[in-house]
Design a protein around this ligand. Structure first.
Ligand code: SAM
Length: 257
């Protein structure tokens, strides 16, 4: 197979999905993931190094600055798609119950269950879902006005909602520097935020976060996917990638997203 530049692609490049190109939100084409991460974040994903830390800082600063301008509400964190909340929570609820039903007795209701809500925004997922299934939920979120709203929302839960657990710790940090307490969590829930992490930070986050899981604990990752290749959003510094790319990253924890 010939690349755009005329060089021939290796089998391993094809297997790793590097040949699948992508677009950024300005309509620019990027022919490989290698190029994408180098151009946007100064990361060389083949050598797992960052050759331009200023670029990487800019990527993260832009991402947080974007969310700092967004209203601290469910509609705000859902990018104007607030109406999706109910369907999202219903589907997650079913999913969690299915997983719990299929788990061993170790994971029984009598146990003290603890979850971590990553990139928690205004605490939507914690308030509407996690708090009903876990005795304690911690939240980690880098944008201060979102986290402040989450604290308020969780102190005053929705009327009619029988709250089972409680929100315990509120960490105002981005995932790329967050270090979870060892063996604290039964579930680490990562929803609609992992695309903000650079490729290497994505891999490193899961490696670090694994230490935060209890023996039978697990990750839940919910993210949007592209039909093919990847899409870079230059406004909020995030990537949406084809699900194949993500699965490789997650299961081999050494590749790319
Ligand atoms: C689309 S919102 C989703 C919020 C929440 N997970 C939900 O589903 O309601 C994306 C969230 O990711 C957060 N975020 C942005 N960069 C992040 C980073 N580097 N680490 C963790 N969270 C980040 C944003 O502040 C925002 O709260």
């Amino acid at each position: 197979m010939e690349s755009k530049s005329g060089s021939s692609r290796t089998t391993s490049q094809i297997r790793r999905g590097e040949y699948i190109g992508g677009l950024d939100s300005d309509g620019n084409h990027c022919s490989t993931r290698l190029q994408l991460w180098a151009k946007e974040t100064g990361e060389d994903i083949s050598s797992k190094t960052c050759f331009d830390p200023a670029k990487k800082r800019e990527w993260y600063d832009k991402g947080v600055a974007y969310w700092e301008r967004v209203e601290a509400s469910v509609n705000g964190v859902l990018g104007g798609y607030g109406h999706v909340n109910e369907r999202d929570i219903t589907a997650s609820d079913r999913f969690l119950l299915d997983v719990f039903n299929g788990m061993s007795a170790d994971f029984s209701k009598s146990k003290h269950l603890v979850a971590l809500d990553c990139g928690a925004g205004v605490g939507r997922v914690t308030r509407d879902l996690l708090i009903r299934h876990f005795h304690e939920v911690d939240l980690v979120e880098p944008v201060p006005h979102f986290l402040d709203t989450a604290k308020t929302n969780l102190v005053t839960p929705s009327p009619g909602l029988s709250v089972f657990g409680r929100a315990t710790n509120f960490y105002c940090k981005p995932l790329q520097v967050f270090n979870p307490e060892e063996k604290r969590y039964d579930v680490i829930w990562v929803q609609w935020c992992i695309g903000h992490l650079t490729n290497q930070d994505f891999v490193d986050f899961f490696k670090r976060a694994k230490a935060g899981l209890k023996a039978n604990g697990f990750f839940v990752v919910k993210k949007n996917t592209a039909k093919q290749g990847f899409i870079v959003d230059k406004d909020d510094s995030s990537i949406t990638s084809y699900k194949g790319g993500f699965q490789r990253s997650f299961f081999q924890s050494e590749c790319m997203h």
